[in-house]
Each structure stands twice: as structure tokens, then as C-alpha cells.
Design a protein around this ligand. Structure first.
Ligand code: SIN
Length: 516
């Protein structure tokens, strides 16, 4: 297909409006003309929902090395060492810079920063804002800074990345063509591929699917983190209950009064998320309900106003001390392969935030490292871009073939059920193979190569199928258990202790296997 008539131009296109996207826009907008595209309203992002906070070794008694060790231990040593060092060392400066712009984290009555605690951190190092509304406060703050300096085009989903002569040269959105010297994917995660998730409705992995379709390398897709505690009401997960609640002393108990984490891990309720999620999953599969016992937390409603109002919206009596919970898909550690400056394997294409895989989170992300990742790596992407940018002419050509072929598609719910049942918290070979076969009945290779659908619902389903298949085939390849990827047919202990070598599950090979 020839790219159609009117082409708009920008220096930089950013796809997505979470913290990473906004921070890159902030660093670039002085020098470059930036357009930010959002699939829905700009407020709809996982960053907006982030409760816990930002982890950083800021406290005088803390040290970046301790934060480094906690990140690597939680990531089961699958982390990229350079990326982790950058995160924890540059993190402090990135936070100071953010505060210098005028942002206020929560402080005590003497004006001293308050530090919260979350799972697998050995000390209190989580800065928060608005109690448990950290992400929302940070994003709102940036919207204010950016409103007159960046063009936001809302409710105009990007449906394809444009490639010319092996270079990404812009995007096709539902309403037009936009060329740019640099295109940055910051579309966030994939939580909506699962029945229970903390993620916003739009988190269907589109950016990763689009990058994969144009040949950018994708890695570590099997590492999907399940947050242990979503609010569980009438068989549904209806919102996040921050890990900071356990950091303030809440414990997980069963409906027959047992402590879920007793004897499971030395850090008990503050063990890494994968361990806590599996413990809850086990209880629930054995027919028990699991609750957060918050009775030890004084002033619960003022420390956690967002969670209090979430409970009240669903008529959960938090004053009783017990909040019903269930694990839900929360964060993808894998994604589009990037170096520490956000460059993908496709020239002209960058990725940042959850859609990107620097390897910083390893096999399992440490709590509250994702907002920090957004602050730190967005600066690097912006600086790299400014160094490299040069004008390029753009040919009107697309590499995708138009196809009239009708491919029958499943519903979103069917994809969620398949992922939840076969590619969930606990996996094994037979189930993964069943899921792979289920995905492949939808001719994934054709979906990868076809021109994009204009119909929003169908396109979303196609991108979910591609991403679900990437996660499933990566999970099949990784025969060990590590971090968030748990294979019941390969005991964690054996594999984890025997193999301490990073082997990234790259999905490039799938392209070579004839799928493109
Ligand atoms: C939470 O508040 O528990 C989520 C924070 C995070 O995922 O880092």
C-alpha cells in the first residue's frame, strides 16, 4: 500500500503518556518539536495508577549498593548489570532533579522526606506522594509543565510503525500519517492479556506487537510479574492494594486464620512478589480465600486514601481489618530490546518504560523501581536522541502487504482465559504447548505480516494475539524456573542455584523460523 496523502511532521513522536513518555517529552521539548499520541485520554496509563512510590537510595543510612543488591536478588540475577548500576546510581540525581522542578514527595511534620517500605527491600527507601497516589501526582505535575510545550493528540491510536529502508520513520495513526526523525514507543505493559490485572484497559501490549512486526528484537517476554494483592470482589480483581500496605505491617491471612507466608520465605509478607503471589495462588487453588489483615496499621485511611476509597467504592468494610485479595498481572519485565540509551535494534526507533527491555528488572522487578526507571532512562533516551538527530527525507512507501484475507479472531476474554489458565503464575510444558497451539490456530505469522486493521477492537485483539504468542513461546523456551517465570515441571531451587548465567529469551529467532 502507498502511504496515503497528507503527512504531518514532527521531530519526535512519542507513543504513550505514562511517566516515561512524559519525562522524555519534558527533556526534549525545549529543543525539539514533540507530538505525544495516546490511544485513549492522556490520563489513562499505568503510571497514573501507581500507588507505592519511587525507590531510591536517598536516605543518609542507605547506599546505592544496597539498592543494587536488592534489585539483583529480586531479579534472580537475570538483570543487566550496567542497567542496574545506572538505575540505582543515577536514580538519586534524577529524583533530586524532579524535586528541583517543584515536585513534592510526602514529608513529616518537620519537613523531612517520609520513606515507605515494600517487598524485598531491606530498608525503607520508597518516596511517595499523596499517600498512595504517587504516580498520579507525578503525571499531573508533568502535564502541567508540558501543556503548552508539547502537542498531545489523544484518542488517536497508533496502528503501525512506518519503516523505510530499514529505518523507522514515523507512525500511522487511525487518523493520519506522521513522520519524525525519531519515534519512541512508551506504550507500557500487557496486563490486559490476563483476566486479573492491575493495569489500565489500554495495556494490551500494542507497542511491543508493533515493534515486533517491523522487525525490532523483543526479549524476556516470559517474565510477567503478578502483583500479590488486587482487591478481590465478587470473583473479580477491581484495583491494586499497594505493597506499601504490607510495608506498614499488614499480613496475609487465610479464611481459616493462618498466616500465608509463615514458613514460605524469611522475608515473609515482604518476600519478592513472585514468591508471595505463588503462595496466595496455592491457597486459592486449595479452596481458601486470602485477606490482607490491616489491623496493625494506625491511621490507615490517611496513609492510604486511594485504597480506602477503592474499598469504599466496592463496599468493602476495611475497618473490619480484613481486605480480600487475589494476585493479578502487573508488570512485564521483558519487551522491546533496548540499550541503556533506549535505542532498539531498528534505527530511528526507541523504547522506554515498561514496553522496553533494558534488562534492568531481570526476571522479577523490585517494587517501586518502575517509576525510578522512567525518571532515569527517559533522561538518557532524550540526551542520546539530541546527540544523534539529523534530518532525513522520507519516502512514501510501506512494507506491509494489504491483504483481503479474512482471519477469524477470538474475543479479548478468550485470550485472557487462555493466558490465565495456561501461561499464568504457575506454568508447565503441556499447558504452554496447549496455549501455543491455541494461538497458532489464528495464523500468527499472517497477523504479523498483514497491513494493520483500522477497526480498534480487531486491531487490539490482533496485537494481543501477537503478544500472547510471544509470551507463550518464550515461556516454552525457558525450561528453568526463574523469578516471575515459574515452571512446575522444573523446580525453582534446582535451576536457580545451578544456573547463574543470563540467557535472554530473544524472539528474533521466531522471525527467522519463517514467521516473517
Ligand atoms: C505497589 O504499590 O504495590 C505497586 C508498586 C510497584 O509496582 O512498584
Amino acid at each position: 500500500m502507498k502511504w496515503r496523502s497528507i503527512m504531518h511532521k514532527a521531530d519526535v513522536i512519542i507513543v504513550g503518556s505514562g511517566l516515561a513518555a512524559l519525562m522524555v517529552a519534558y527533556h526534549l521539548c525545549e529543543h525539539k518539536n514533540v507530538i505525544v499520541f495516546t490511544k485513549s485520554n492522556k490520563e489513562v496509563s499505568n503510571s497514573w495508577l501507581a500507588q507505592g512510590g519511587v525507590a531510591a537510595a536517598i536516605h543518609p543510612a542507605d547506599h546505592w549498593l544496597s539498592h543494587y543488591e536488592d534489585t539483583i536478588t529480586t531479579g534472580c540475577e537475570h538483570n543487566d548489570d550496567e542497567a542496574v548500576r545506572i538505575l540505582v546510581q543515577e536514580g538519586r540525581e534524577a529524583i533530586e532533579q524532579f524535586m528541583h522542578l517543584g515536585f513534592s514527595f510526602d514529608v513529616d511534620e518537620r519537613g523531612e522526606l517520609l520513606f515507605g517500605r515494600e517487598g524485598a527491600h531491606r530498608m525503607r527507601r520508597i518516596l511517595h506522594a499523596g499517600g498512595d497516589a504517587t504516580g498520579k501526582k507525578m503525571v499531573e505535575f508533568l502535564f502541567e509543565k508540558l501543556s503548552s510545550r508539547v502537542l498531545f493528540i489523544e484518542n488517536d491510536p497508533v496502528i503501525d510503525l512506518l519503516v523505510n529502508d530499514g529505518r523507522c520513520v514515523g507512525v500511522r495513526t487511525k487518523n493520519g500519517l506522521y513522520v519524525a526523525e525519531a519515534t519512541i514507543v512508551a506504550t507500557g505493559g500487557i496486563g490486559q492479556l490476563y483476566t486479573f490485572t492491575s493495569n489500565v484497559e489500554t495495556a494490551t501490549g500494542d507497542g511491543i506487537a508493533m515493534a515486533y512486526r517491523v522487525g525490532a528484537a523483543v526479549a524476556d517476554m516470559e517474565f510477567v510479574q503478578f502483583h500479590p494483592t488486587m482487591l478481590y470482589v465478587d470473583g473479580k480483581a477491581v484495583g491494586l492494594i499497594s505493597e506499601a500496605v504490607r510495608g506498614e505491617g499488614a499480613t496475609l491471612v487465610t479464611d481459616d486464620g493462618r498466616h500465608v507466608m509463615d514458613g514460605v520465605h524469611p522475608q515473609k509478607d515482604l518476600a519478592p512478589r513472585d514468591i508471595v503471589s505463588r503462595a496466595i495462588d496455592r491457597e486459592m487453588k486449595n479452596g481458601h480465600l486470602v485477606f490482607l489483615d490491616i489491623s496493625a496499621i494506625p491511621h490507615f485511611s490517611s496513609r492510604f486514601p486511594t485504597i480506602t476509597s477503592l474499598c469504599e467504592r466496592y463496599q468493602i468494610n476495611w475497618r473490619s481489618g480484613l481486605i480480600p485479595v487475589v494476585p493479578g498481572a502487573h508488570f512485564l519485565m521483558g519487551g522491546i530490546v533496548v540499550n541503556v540509551d533506549g535505542e532498539t535494534t531498528l534505527p530511528g526507533l526507541y523504547a522506554v518504560g515498561e514496553a522496553a527491555c533494558t534488562g534492568v528488572h531481570g526476571a522479577n522487578r523490585l517494587a517501586s523501581n518502575s517509576l525510578l526507571e522512567a525518571l532515569v532512562f527517559s533522561r538518557r533516551v532524550a540526551f542520546r536522541l539530541l546527540q544523534k538527530m539529523e534530518r532525513r527525507s522520507v519516502m512514501e512507501k510501506s512494507e506491509k502487504k494489504e491483504s483481503n484475507e479474512r482471519i477469524s479472531l477470538p474475543t479479548k476474554e478468550q485470550i485472557q482465559q487462555t493466558m490465565t489458565q495456561y501461561v499464568g503464575i504457575v506454568r508447565d510444558y503441556d499447558q504452554l504447548l496447549q496455549a501455543k497451539q491455541w494461538f497458532e490456530q489464528y495464523s500468527i505469522h499472517k497477523l504479523v505480516n498483514m497491513a494493520s486493521e483500522h477497526d480498534d477492537e480487531k486491531r487490539t485483539i490482533i496485537y494481543m494475539l501477537i503478544v500472547g504468542w510471544l509470551i507463550t513461546t518464550s515461556a516454552l523456551q525457558r525450561k528453568e524456573s526463574r523469578g516471575a517465570h515459574y515452571r512446575s515441571d522444573e523446580p525453582f531451587e534446582k535451576m536457580y542455584w545451578e544456573k547463574r548465567r543470563i540467557v535472554r529469551t530473544k524472539t528474533e529467532h521466531l522471525i527467522k523460523e519463517g514467521f516473517r
